[in-house]
Design a protein around this ligand. Structure first.
Ligand code: LCS
Length: 399
């Protein structure tokens, strides 16, 4: 992995010796003759035509991610949601059914709702805790199982090997959103799943400067997506974004280990703070899915969720009291980012669904960055301590 993130898919000899991958910032490619143009469009001759159909910088990234996820073909998109929607729309048609993990990123939830309302493509949520539970929720119309693990923002895990085994019995493809783990910590295709997706905006980019998505799977399916729901809907990745991602990817293993080291330190401290009611981080034997984490993830990742003791307003005051940690959605950046899922990333999810996903008004999501963990903790601790004094002053006022 450490070597592949740097070298896979690129040979400097092909590019005048350029050490780093060249940026082909071009919308179109010239043909030497009209006949060559005809052959390229007919698929009789390899070569680039137009950057919506393919671009050399983007191809290098696609080959690299395919190697990192151990899949046959990778495909790049203009955002994580472009990847999610292109894959889901390629796998479904009207009256089909998708079985989803009971917890999804807010916009994926929004997309599924829209697919249901506009195209009658239905879905159900499942905890996917046992084989029987999954079997009981698969319908004759089920064409896809869609799983996020770790789940945004609750950090619940789904046993991918178990889901893949059940899905094989029914010949239903399993799509996994691997954004939170990154290819460094978890490889769903190796566990028997069929498609892996990433919001590359997060750990793969790693520097908070690009919105992008990636998908990897069997050549036949990814070829179909490339020529239909990517090409014709058009959510392609720009060459410069691919260039930034190739740069970010080189340090993925180093960054992920540091994110995990820092998260482990912060987790230990959050667990013992008196104003914290609960903490969710999979790499701990008190986490209900710890056995799954040991089975399918290298480490626990860089995101921790926790509930403060208090109200929604206390949660917001806690965020406002942070001094250098940034209040922002997104995750996986060098900077520690902190947000309030109920009013931000998952605000589109109706309140009752949020409650069943475990997204309370007290829940805070922390993407632990690469700063010194002592500094991160220092800022969190002083703001957590203030919740205490706020709560204390309220008690005094109420007397
Ligand atoms: N899948 C997951 C698990 C995500 O967390 C996100 C974005 C997406 C897909 C969509 O990717 P995008 O189109 O944004 O590249 N998650 C975000 C979040 O938690 N905060 O801001 C965006």
């Amino acid at each position: 992995m450490e070597t592949s993130v740097i070298h896979e898919g690129y040979n400097s000899k092909d590019m005048l010796g350029s050490l780093t991958t060249p940026l082909f910032q071009t919308s179109t490619f010239t043909f030497q003759t009209a006949e060559q143009g005809e052959r390229r469009f007919a698929g009789e001759e390899d070569g680039y035509i137009y950057s919506r159909l393919g671009n050399p910088t983007v191809t290098i990234l696609e080959e690299r991610i395919a190697a990192l996820e151990n899949g046959e073909r990778g495909l790049a998109f203009g955002s994580g949601m472009a990847a999610v929607s292109a894959i889901l729309l390629a796998l479904t048609k009207a009256n089909d059914h998708v079985l989803c993990s009971s917890g999804l990123y807010g916009c994926t939830f929004g997309l599924l709702t829209m697919m249901k309302e506009k195209y009658n493509i239905n879905h159900d949520f499942s905890n996917m805790e046992t084989e029987e539970e999954i079997r009981s929720q698969i319908k004759p119309e089920t064409v896809c199982i869609y799983v996020e693990t770790p789940i945004n923002p609750t950090m619940k895990l789904i046993d991918l090997e178990m889901v893949a085994q059940v899905a094989k019995e029914y010949e239903i493809p399993v799509v996994v959103d691997n954004t939170f783990a990154s290819p460094y910590l978890q490889n769903p295709l190796e566990l028997g799943c069929d498609v892996v997706l990433h919001s590359a905006t997060k750990y793969i980019g790693g520097h908070g400067d690009v919105i992008a998505g990636l998908a990897v799977g069997k050549k036949e399916l990814i070829d179909e997506v490339a020529t239909t729901t990517l090409k014709d809907i058009g959510g392609i990745m720009a060459p410069f974004d691919a260039w930034l991602l190739l740069r970010g990817l080189k340090t993925l293993p180093v960054r992920m280990d540091r994110h995990c080291d820092n998260a482990e330190e912060i987790y230990k401290r959050l667990k013992t703070h008196p104003n914290v009611r609960s903490v969710y981080y999979p790499n701990d034997d008190t986490h209900p899915d710890y056995e799954i984490m040991k089975k399918q993830m290298k480490r626990g990742g860089g995101v921790i969720s926790f509930e403060i003791i208090g109200t929604k307003e206390d949660a917001q005051a806690f965020l406002n009291n942070l001094t250098f940690l940034k209040i922002a959605v997104s995750l996986g950046d060098a900077e520690t980012l902190i947000e309030h899922p109920a009013t931000m990333t998952h605000a589109v999810v109706p309140e009752d669904s949020r409650a069943s996903m475990g997204i309370t008004d007290q829940l805070i999501r922390l993407s632990v960055g690469l700063e010194a963990w002592q500094d991160i903790w220092h800022d969190l601790e002083q703001a957590l301590d203030k919740i205490n004094s706020d709560a204390y002053s309220k008690v005094l006022k109420s007397r």
